[in-house]
Design a protein around this ligand. Sequence first.
Ligand code: C5P
Length: 243
Amino acid sequence: MTSNPIYVAIDTPDLGAATGLAATLADTAGGLKLGLEFFSANGARGVQQVAKAGGGLPVFLDLKFHDIPNTVAGAVRAACAARPAMLTVHAAGGRAMMEAACKAAADGAREHGVDRPLIVAVTVLTSLDQGDLGDIGVTRALDEQVRELAVLAKECHLDGVVCSPLEAAALRAACGPRFKLVVPGIRPEWAGGDDQKRTLTPAEALGAGADILVIGRPITAAADPAAACRRILAELPREGATC
Ligand code: C5P
C-alpha cells in the first residue's frame, strides 16, 4: 500500500478504457479498484494488464465473495494469481467463510509467489435500508448490524471492512486503530453526487477514520482525470497527500 489513500474505481467492462485510465492515473492515484463488471469481462489477465498500465499501482479487487467456505477459499486462492493488494468478501457469509478466506489468502499468496492480499469485508451494502434488512429477516437496527458484522470480521482476523463514510467513525471506535476502513461514497465539494446519497468529502472521510478513499466518477468522468485526482490530493490533510 502507498501512503496516497485515493483508490480510483474503474467501473467498466472495456479493457482498453480501463488500461487507458490506469496509465493516465499512474502518477497520481494511490491504487485502482476493479470490480465484478471488469472482472466478469476480462478475468485475472485483464486485472494484470490494468495493473501494468498503472505502473504497478496496487489493485483492490472488489469481487465480494459470498459462498460456502470451501468455494470462497478456492476463489481467493485463484484470485491471488492476479496479484491483488486487497480482496473483498461478504461478512454475512459467516465466521467459517471469513476464516477460510483469510487462510486461503496466505496459501494463495505462497502458491503464486505474491504478497498476501488484504481481506476486507462488506458488512451491509449501502444500497440496503432498514426495510430491505427486514425483508431478509434481519431485525437489528442497520447501524448495529453493520457494527456487529465489522466486529465479527475483526474476530475472524480480517484486515478491515468496506463502509459508508457515515459509518467510519463508529467503526473506528468499535474496531480499533489498526483495522482498515475502506470508504466509497466520497464526493469533493466541487463534484456532483451522481447516485450516491450519503457522502462525505475526502478530507471529512479521512477525519472520520477512513484509511482508503474509493473514488470513481469524480475522477474517471472528469475531462482530465489526473488533474481531478491531483486536485483531490491537494485538498487532503498533509499526511494523506504524499504520493
Ligand atoms: O463513482 P463512485 O465514486 O460513486 O464509485 C464508487 C465505487 O465504490 C463504485 O465502484 C461502487 O460500486 C463502489 N461502492 C459504493 N458503495 C458501496 C460499496 C462499493 O459506491 N457501499
